[in-house]
Design a protein around this ligand. Structure first.
Ligand code: T46
Length: 141
C-alpha cells in the first residue's frame, strides 16, 4: 500500500536472549530525530486518528502486540505488530489508528522529525482531500 511497508530487523539470539539493532539510514530509511513510546494503554482504547503531512515513522512493538490500521483514499490494511524484530514504516499522508493493545505492550516509534503539531491532520475529510492531491502529485508512490 502507498507509503507503508513492513520492515524486518536483525534478531540476534543467544543464550542470553534476543537483541535487535535498529540503525538510521540502514534499517530505517531516515535519520532519527525523535523517539517516543506508548505504554499502559487501557483495554479497548484506540489511538491515532490522524495523518502526517511530512513525517516518516517506524513503529515497533517491543513487548506484547498491537494492531495498526493504515488507510489512504485508495485502500486500507490492518497490520498486527507482534515481534520486536519487525517494524512498520509509515510515510507521509497515511491515516493511522492503533488498537487492541495487549496488557503490558510497548509500542516504540522512531520519527524523522521533531514534534510539530502543524504536521498533523486530525480531520478525516480534510485528510482525504489533501491525500488525493498528494498522491496525484507523487504518482511514483
Ligand atoms: C503517531 C502515532 C503512531 C508530544 O508532546 N510529543 C510527541 O513527540 C508526541 C508523539 C506527542 N506529544 C503530545 C501530543 C498530545 O498532547 O502527546 C499527546 C498525545 O499525542 P497523540 O494524541 O497524538 O498520540 P497518538 O497515540 O494518537 O499518536 C502518536 C503520535 O502523536 C503520532 O505522531 O503517528 O502515535
Amino acid at each position: 500500500m502507498k507509503n507503508v511497508r513492513q520492515l524486518v530487523f536483525k534478531d540476534i539470539t543467544d543464550l542470553k536472549g534476543h537483541l535487535t539493532p535498529v540503525e538510521a539510514r540502514k534499517d530505517v530509511p531516515f535519520d532519527i530525530k525523535r523517539v517516543y513510546y506508548i505504554t499502559r494503554v487501557a483495554k479497548g482504547e484506540r489511538r491515532g486518528f490522524h495523518s502526517h503531512r511530512n513525517l516518516q515513522q517506524v513503529l515497533i512493538c517491543v513487548s506484547g502486540t498491537v494492531k495498526i490500521l493504515v488507510k489512504t483514499p485508495y485502500g486500507e490494511e490492518v497490520i498486527k505488530l507482534d515481534n520486536p524484530a519487525k517494524g512498520l514504516y509509515i510515510g507521509p499522508m497515511v491515516w493511522r489508528e492503533m488498537f487492541d493493545f495487549t496488557e503490558g505492550s510497548a509500542l516504540v516509534v522512531l520519527a524523522s522529525e521533531h514534534y510539530d503539531e502543524e504536521d498533523y491532520i486530525r480531520d478525516y475529510t480534510l485528510y482525504e482531500k489533501e491525500a488525493r492531491i498528494y498522491f496525484t502529485e507523487n504518482e511514483e508512490n
